[in-house]
Write a protein that binds this ligand. Sequence first.
Ligand SMILES: Nc1ncnc2c1ncn2[C@@H]1O[C@H](COP(=O)(O)OP(=O)(O)OP(=O)(O)O)[C@@H](O)[C@H]1O
Ligand SMILES: [Mg+2]
Length: 280
Amino acid sequence: MKLLEAVELTKVYGAKRRLRNQPFSEQAPAVNGVSLELRQNETLGLVGESGCGKSTLARMLLRLEAPTSGRIRYRDMDITNWNFNRMREIRSRMQIVFQNSFSSFNPAFDVSRILAEPLRNSGIRSRDEQRRLSAEALESVGLSEACLVRRPAELSGGQQQRVGIARAIVLRPEILILDEPFSSLDFSLRRQTMHLLSELKQQLRLSYLFITHDLSIIEHFCDRVAVMRQGEILERQAGVELQTKARHPYTRMLLDAIPAQHPRQRKIGHVLTENCTRTE
Ligand SMILES: Nc1ncnc2c1ncn2[C@@H]1O[C@H](COP(=O)(O)OP(=O)(O)OP(=O)(O)O)[C@@H](O)[C@H]1O
Ligand SMILES: [Mg+2]
């Protein structure tokens, strides 16, 4: 079943005019006629180089940014033009985890306030209820209630990212958009966070739109994957088949850029060996 759908979505940023008598110049579209669907309980990967329009697409899907053209559907509803009040009804159903949670927090707020904010915005006014739901969300991400009184700067990078995930799940959404959730983390934290997200997906019956540069994760983490370049979707594959079935040269190039696990399989090693052999 389709949960969230982009239909021919396009975003063109800022019409700018350098001099008064010059015509408005439009930038190339950040997102150009993208159609995409997120199905229930799946993880859909969205990969592509920096600046290709992944976050812009995500922001449009969440209605944090208005599309220049195209439609957005949530379940069977066309939400493209829903106003603020109407969006409030479904805002709690779809949440986002940012690349760097720390920069998305108000540094003056402690964790209890960071987690209470979405609850308050969705109409949960009781302090006790806010505290209960916040503690529950923290527990789900493996943090103790003691974190509630800490400010973001008093947490480690891994803990900050967990608080970012707790904030995203505190309203019990059905869709999480994960916008490069691991890129500010080191290798071991990346694995832990990936494991945590897989568990949460099962426990809370979530569907993920997982945005990443890192194609090495796709096979293990994504059911399907869409490859994006310069605002357009170039190809789609099942996650496990991306390595073997990728057709587009751009996708092959991204796959070739994944460092091999074993030194003998590393491309650079082959090149050097070949060159050495030739010169010898
Ligand atoms: N608010 C904005 N105003 C003008 N241009 C923007 C704005 N936000 C994004 N862009 C431009 O839109 C294009 C796509 O940006 P976007 O952030 O969606 O890329 P991305 O794929 O998420 O990149 P990254 O992987 O680096 O996060 C870029 O060229 C960017 O400069
Ligand atoms: Mg981005």
